[in-house]
Design a protein around this ligand. Structure first.
Ligand code: MG
Length: 218
């Protein structure tokens, strides 16, 4: 909707401290740079709930122990929000992600684009710094195509976008067709459940993914 896109505010690369004349690589956090399901599973377990790996739909995987019906979506949402407010600084980096981004750093501007509640900003920002990951973080919501297009439009250099979710990858392909898209699913248990698409190369190994990103922006 025109009204929705008018409200979208895209920061300037300059205000983010990013150069406009170098390739831009935009990377998701949950299930790309960090093991969200593992961390969220531990968080809900401490509160007496169970996170199962039955579907590629988060809130349908939350249960009371032993229950056959998943937890009410509203209850699940509360746990999710609480996790981002207080627990998201504890997740483990995805294997190989830190090293791969370190190798990309001399070749590209790196920007972290995460669909997490605004309350996550401090913990998520500290998490990135603590693990030596790129510090430039945008917290967003909804499909990531429009904001990616707004960022990419500020540079003539090549760009790449990495996410686990096809709706975000499709949205970027639609709004920013010259951006190379890659799908990465970090959690071993989620990999067989995550839908894939011919439109976006699926590379679950970060070493291999880092090389593919480098080739795409060279
Ligand atoms: Mg994600």
């Amino acid at each position: 909707m025109a009204e929705a896109s008018a409200k979208l505010s895209v920061p300037t690369l300059e205000s983010l401290g990013l150069a406009r004349d170098r390739p831009l690589v935009i990377v998701d956090v949950d299930e790309v740079l960090g093991l969200f399901m593992k961390g969220f599973g531990a968080f809900v377990a401490e509160r007496g709930y169970e996170l199962r790996f039955e579907r590629f739909a988060l809130f349908q995987n939350l249960f009371q122990p032993g229950a056959s019906e998943h937890l009410d979506i509203v209850e699940g949402r509360k746990l999710f929000d609480e996790f981002f407010r207080t627990g998201c600084g504890e997740i483990e980096p995805a294997p190989g992600a830190v090293a791969a981004l370190r190798r990309l750093k001399p070749r590209a501007e790196l920007l972290i684009l995460s669909n997490a509640p605004a309350e996550a900003e401090r913990l998520r920002g500290e998490w990135l710094k603590r693990h030596g990951l790129p510090p430039v973080l945008i917290l967003s919501s909804g499909p990531k195509g429009p904001i990616t297009a707004g960022l990419v439009a500020q540079t003539n250099a090549k760009s790449a976008f990495i996410d686990d979710l096809l709706p975000n990858l499709d949205s970027v392909a639609e709004h920013s067709p010259r951006t190379a898209t890659f799908q990465h699913v970090a959690d071993l248990r989620l990999r067989p459940l995550a839908p894939r698409s011919e439109r976006h190369p699926r590379i679950d190994d970060w070493r291999e993914l880092g090389e593919a990103i480098e080739a795409a922006i060279s």
